[in-house]
Design a protein around this ligand. Sequence first.
Ligand code: G3P
Length: 217
Amino acid sequence: MLIFLDTANIDQIRQAANLGIISGVTTNPTLMSREKAADYEATIKEICSIIPGPISAEVLVEEAQAMIEQARDISTWAPNIVVKIPATSAGLEATSVLARDNIKVNFTLCFSLNQALLAARAGAAYVSPFVGRLDDAGHDGMQVVKDIVDVFNHYQLPTQVIAASIRHPQHCVVAAKAGAHIATIPYDVLMKMMHHPLTDIGVARFSADWQRIKEQT
Ligand code: G3P
């Protein structure tokens, strides 16, 4: 499972890039507004220059033709751009047109196997089931991820599944076990994935033991 970072925060992206394990970044209008990134194009271009993998930038309009035009423009910002299109009927229509133009689409705000299947048939490069928001609504978000992965594998559909709306490290564990191709993870969750109290205790003990032997010799 590849790790994408789910943020528009440039400092977080730079710090995570140093870890050497980030394969892409996903943004959305909420994440952009959180950073007060008023210059949408400049911010996305900067992210694209930091991380060489796929960078998702979302359209900011809702009608099919407007989405197509905006997506075509966004796709020229950098070679590694992926355009996020919402899982609406208009979004499906736009995805079909854009996929025929070889523009990579991340079909976002996906909450069901049916939406994911339609995205795959339309030629979306990625589909993003929102696990945390499904859990919030009383559903089993990870079961939706697993169902999508199973059906895509069964029919050998090339669309990649991005487990999105990840809220805690256990989501990452279950996404990996479910066979998600990618998990897009907020920075704080990424840090928690690495942390284990027994590692901290072990490092402190090794260090203390080594210090003691050094003092005795
Ligand atoms: O990747 C989608 C994500 O940004 C949405 O997360 O926590 O707002 O549901 P959340």
